[in-house]
Design a protein around this ligand. Structure first.
Ligand SMILES: Cc1cc2nc3c(=O)[nH]c(=O)nc-3n(C[C@H](O)[C@H](O)[C@H](O)COP(=O)(O)OP(=O)(O)OC[C@H]3O[C@@H](n4cnc5c(N)ncnc54)[C@H](O)[C@@H]3O)c2cc1C
Length: 266
């Protein structure tokens, strides 16, 4: 795993020049954070936007997330999740996405030189442009994990439908998290998964793996294994897997313990 960063490139042949990512994740709850950790660890340049209205903050104490035997305060859980996202190299912005549009695409508005638009598409390469009040970025793929907000999707033709019986809009996807707009994925509660943090985090990881394999079909698993593990099976190390030495393993263990001790001492 290497640090995932944006590149700055012209968003399409026409004009735009913004920081450009492989993946933009909208929403920093359990689903979005989990998805971002997976895409960044797969070396896809990832940016995450979060406007700090996570539904988990309404919980008094999170007691059913595996690994915290006596539970954890939702604020602490989200701080840890977002620290994880930063640690793997994502850019994280505490800013709500206000608009999302697409260049060179057949699932919404197509922008051409001079600001003209068309619905024709001659290419399968999509570039999405996201705006917040503070910045504009471009991304090749989007993961929407913004329960229960979808208004920024209006310029695209992503299907949204009311979740029975309430007024909240959800996003139908295929079983792997792809929406009906090419390049746009959706994860977490916004796809009508169960209303539990661990389920939504798992779904975020699952959808991220779908996206990663859409980009890199040979991607196997995000695993860290002892050095020589695949030698013993007479196999090449599969894509996504990292082998580490005994020394590296010790260093990672020590660092992980120090960071967690520091976090919970504060
Ligand atoms: C009162 C209450 C108590 C709960 N208690 C528990 C519990 O004890 N245990 C449990 O497992 N689950 C609990 N849940 C459920 C849990 O909070 C959700 O299942 C989980 O948080 C959903 O995860 P998510 O990532 O899909 O969505 P969310 O956690 O809601 O994250 C979505 C994020 O998207 C962001 N966002 C929205 N629009 C934008 C935008 N335009 N730009 C950028 N960011 C945006 C929001 O700020 C939000 O942080 C509780 C929920 C509630 C309401």
């Amino acid at each position: 795993m290497t640090t995932a960063n944006s590149t700055t490139r012209s968003a399409d042949a026409s004009s735009l020049s913004h920081p450009t990512y492989d993946v933009a994740v909208i929403g920093g709850g359990p689903a979005g954070c989990s998805a971002a950790v997976f895409t960044a660890r797969a070396d896809l340049g990832t940016v995450l936007f979060e406007h700090n209205r996570a539904s988990l903050l309404k919980s008094a104490h999170l007691e059913n997330y595996l690994g915290f035997p006596l539970g954890i305060q939702p604020t602490q859980f989200l701080e840890l999740a977002r620290e994880h996202v930063r640690e793997v190299g994502c850019d994280v912005h505490r800013e709500g996405v206000t608009s999302l549009r697409v260049l060179d695409d057949d699932c919404g508005q197509v922008e051409l030189e001079g600001g003209k638009t068309t619905t024709d598409s001659e290419t399968d390469n999509h570039t999405f442009v996201l705006e917040t009040k503070e910045r504009t970025v471009a991304a090749d793929r989007i993961i929407v994990a913004s329960w229960a907000r979808t208004e920024f999707l209006e310029p695209l033709s992503v299907t949204r439908e009311p979740e029975e019986p309430g007024p909240v809009m959800v996003i139908p996807t295929d079983e792997d998290g792809r929406t009906d707009c090419d390049g746009v994925y959706a994860a977490g509660r916004i796809t009508s998964t169960n209303h539990q943090a661990i389920v939504n985090a798992g779904n975020g990881a699952d959808v991220a793996l779908t996206l990663i394999r859409d980009v890199r079909p040979d991607y196997y698993n995000d695993w860290v294994v002892p050095e020589g593990y695949y030698d013993s099976y007479d196999r090449e190390i599969p894509e996504g897997v990292e082998e580490i030495s005994v020394n590296e393993r010790r260093q990672r263990k020590d660092r992980a313990e120090a960071v967690m001790a520091d976090f919970f001492e504060q």
